[in-house]
Design a protein around this ligand. Structure first.
Ligand code: PGA
Length: 250
C-alpha cells in the first residue's frame, strides 16, 4: 500500500477487491464510532463490491445499520423508484435489502417529484436537519464528474436539476436496453453540498479512471474537472487500485 504526501490522502491497493474491503472498513469504523452516523452513498459499478462486503459484515453482525441515516448523491429524473435502473432500486438491490437499516432513514432524491426545485430544496433541508453528512462515498467519472456534477459545475452548487453530458449518457447506456432509454436529466447534490461532508472517501478502479484520478490530485483546481475541487476539502481519502493509480503509485 502506498500513500502520497499530497493533501488528498491517496491509498493505492492491489486490486478492486482490496479497495472494497478498505472502504467497507472505513464505513464500519464510522458506524462503530457513532451508531447513528449520517452516511452519504453513491451508485455505479465501483461501489457494488463495497456494498456486498458491508452486507456480509452486517450478516455476521460486525457492523450495525439499525440507527444509521443515509443520503444518496443523485437520482435520474423520470424513473420510478422501482425502475430497474433507478438509483433507489440500485440501493435496495445492493445494500438496503441486505442490511438491518430502517428504510425511513434512507434518502434518495425523488426523480418523480412534480416540483423538482422544491424536491431539491427539501433534500438539502433533510441533510441539514440530520446534522450533515459524516462520511460521504464518491465515485468519479472519466470526465472527472462527481455525482452528476459534470464539468463546468460551480464549486458552490447545491442540490439541483442537471442535464447529463453525452459522454455520461453513453457510459451509463450499458445499464439500459439502449442509449435512447437513458434519462437526460437528474437531481444531484451539488459540489457545495458534497464539500460540507465532514469526511469524503472517493474510490476508483481500473485503467480507464487513471487520467481522471491524476487530474483530481495533480491537476489545477477547476470546475472543468469537478473532482479537482475536492483539493479544497480538509479530509479526503482517495482509494484506488494500481490500475487507476498508474504513475501515482510510484
Ligand atoms: P462507475 O461510475 O462507478 O460506474 O464507474 C462512477 C461515476 O460515474 O461517478
Amino acid at each position: 500500500m502506498n500513500q502520497s504526501n499530497h493533501p488528498i490522502k491517496l491509498v493505492v491497493l492491489e486490486d478492486p477487491l482490496a479497495t472494497a474491503k478498505y472502504v467497507a472498513d472505513l464505513f464500519c469504523d464510522a458506524m462503530t464510532e457513532n451508531t447513528s452516523c449520517v452516511l452519504g452513498l453513491a451508485t455505479g459499478g465501483t461501489p457494488v463490491e463495497t456494498y456486498r462486503e458491508l452486507s456480509e459484515r452486517n450478516r455476521k453482525e460486525t457492523c450495525d445499520f439499525s440507527s444509521v441515516i443515509t443520503f444518496n448523491l443523485d437520482e435520474y429524473i423520470g424513473l420510478e423508484p422501482r425502475h430497474p435502473q433507478s438509483f433507489r432500486r440500485f440501493m435496495q438491490d445492493h445494500l438496503f435489502d441486505h442490511v438491518n437499516i430502517n428504510l425511513i432513514n434512507t434518502h434518495v432524491p425523488d426523480g418523480m417529484a412534480d416540483d423538482v426545485n422544491e424536491e431539491c430544496a427539501r433534500y438539502e433541508n433533510r441533510i441539514r436537519d440530520a446534522g450533515g453528512i459524516d462520511l460521504q462515498l464518491l465515485g468519479i467519472g472519466h470526465n472527472g464528474h462527481i455525482a452528476f456534477n459534470e464539468p463546468g459545475s460551480p464549486a458552490d452548487s447545491r442540490t439541483r436539476k442537471v442535464a447529463l453530458t453525452d459522454e455520461t449518457i453513453e457510459k451509463n447506456a450499458r445499464f439500459f436496453d439502449s442509449v435512447a432509454d437513458v434519462p437526460r436529466e437528474a437531481i444531484t447534490m451539488g459540489i457545495g453540498t458534497i464539500m460540507e461532508a465532514k469526511r469524503i472517501v472517493l474510490m476508483a478502479t481500473g485503467e480507464g479512471k487513471r487520467e481522471a484520478i491524476r487530474k483530481m490530485i495533480n491537476g489545477p483546481r477547476t470546475p472543468d474537472s469537478p473532482a479537482s475541487l475536492l483539493q479544497d476539502h480538509a479530509n479526503v481519502t482517495v482509494v484506488v487500485d494500481r490500475a487507476a493509480a498508474g504513475e501515482l503509485a510510484k
